[in-house]
Every structure is written in C-alpha cells, then in structure tokens.
Design a protein around this ligand. Structure first.
Ligand code: CA
Ligand code: CA
Length: 263
C-alpha cells in the first residue's frame, strides 16, 4: 500500500503541475481464463457520470452472477487513507445479477449502508454498477479493486481480481477555467451570462453550482434568473461588474469577473 500512496502523491503532483491529465475512462484489462471457479473478469472501465461514478465490468464465459452464487465486489479506498479499512479499503460495493448494495467497514465489520445510491444491471456479459458520489462520501479520487468470487469474497473460494496486484486509481478532473460570456448590456433590457467550466481533461461541462452577482455603481442588482438581471433604464453609461462563482462535482473554481459598459 505504501507504493500505492507514493504513486498517488506523484499523480497528485503531476495533476497540480499540468492542466492535462489522463483521459477517461480508467481501464483495467484482466487475463481471461485465470479465475478458476469464479466469474472471469476480462475488462473494467470506470467513467464519471453526473454526480456518480460508473463501473462497467466485462466477463468472459457468460457467468450468471446468480444471487448468493457468484458475487462481484468493488473494494474502494475512497479516503485514500491506508489506515481506514482492511488494506485501506473502507467501502465495498457488492453486486450480482439481482442488484447491488454498499457496505462500509465499521466496528471491524462490513456493514450495509442503508439507502445508499448504488444500482446495477447485468446484460451482455457486462455488469454495470453506478454509485453516487454522495455514497462515496464525496470522494473525488479513490483507489479500487474489482473482485469476482464464487460465493462470499470473504470466505474460502476462488476469486478473480482486477487489477491483480496494486489497486487502480480513479480521479475526477479539476476545473481548469471558467467560461463566463456576458451578453449585450443595454439599459432597460434583460442581461444574461452563460457560464461553463472547462475541466482539466479538456471537456466542457455546466457548473454543478453557480452563484452570479452583478453590481451597478457599487450596488448589487436583483437577479431575474440564475444568471440574469434586468438592467434599470437609468443604467446607461455605467459599468456593470458581473462576478461568477462556479463549482463542478466538488471542485471549486476561483470566481471570475467580467466588466461591461451599459449602453
Ligand atoms: Ca480474469
Ligand atoms: Ca481508506
């Protein structure tokens, strides 16, 4: 786990130094035919969705993943702290063809988290598991291992792990910059600002939260929409100052300011 932590630190440093980062999804390939009696994982992809993370686990040999017979466990080190949970993993998603549940390591036991936002589906040899970021305790970066087992992972039996040795890493991108385009400012007219965030992986997304403020001659204007205002007829010639504070999936951008002269 120490090597893993060092790797994580190195990755964090790289992310801080460069706006470019590895493109999604995170992919783990696993050998076919190495699983014994357990379901045989051959490919894992982890991607982000709005407010959630999606694991797609592909198998060879079309296992049934029947309940209480074949189980897929996604072990997560969501706090990236090797002292929390066995081998650092304090969350476990257990899934089979019947559904999925989240368990947390508490009082030295795996205990189900009631009402956790976890769901799964199994079709065409791909088990798709979606977990809400809230269920991941808001984690923006985690280590993971997928284990397919015949019966309970924690009991005797055969297991196929992906990756086989060290856990894999997944991280949501940060915000590289905020795009705030302020429309034409005309006295007596409505003004809107269009806001998007550009992520460190180059993709462009709408903000998760957005606070827009406009000041005219030092006074805050009442909003007429999330990022819209009606300019007073007396505003002609004044400088309008629009400030935008945006977040995306738990990442906070520095507020940006736009100044436009009202015509
Ligand atoms: Ca395998
Ligand atoms: Ca941990």
């Amino acid at each position: 786990m120490r090597a893993l932590v060092l790797l994580c630190l190195a990755t964090a440093a790289l992310t801080a130094a460069s706006p470019a980062r590895a493109a999604e999804p995170v992919v783990v390939e696993d050998e076919a035919g190495d699983s014994g009696e357990a379901p045989d994982i051959v490919h894992v992809e982890v991607t982000r969705a709005s407010g959630a993370v999606v694991f797609a686990v592909r198998f060879s040999g079309s296992p049934t993943l029947a309940r209480d017979v074949q189980l897929v466990t996604i072990l997560l080190d969501a706090d990236r702290d090797e002292t929390t949970g066995p081998d650092g993993t304090e969350l476990a998603i257990r899934a089979d063809a019947g559904g999925a549940r989240l368990e947390a390591w508490q009082d030295a036991l795996w205990q189900e988290v009631p009402g956790a936002a976890v769901r799964s589906s199994y079709a065409a040899d791909v088990l798709t598991v979606t977990v809400g970021r809230a269920a991941l305790e808001g984690s923006r970066a985690f280590e993971f291992v997928v284990a397919a087992s015949e019966g309970d992972l924690d009991l005797e039996g055969t297991v196929d792990y992906a990756p086989d040795v060290e856990p894999a890493s997944f991280a949501l991108p940060g915000i590289a910059r905020v795009i705030a385009e302020v429309g034409a400012a005309r006295a007596g007219r409505r003004l809107t600002a269009a806001v998007a965030v550009v992520l460190s992986d180059g993709s462009r997304e709408p903000p998760t939260t957005l606070v827009c403020t406009a000041r005219l001659r030092g006074l805050v204007l009442a909003r007429s929409g999330r990022c819209a205002w009606r300019l007073p007829a007396s505003a002609s010639g004044a400088m309008l100052v629009v400030t935008v504070a945006a977040t995306w999936e738990g990442a906070t951008a520095r507020p940006v300011t736009r100044r436009v002269r009202v015509r």
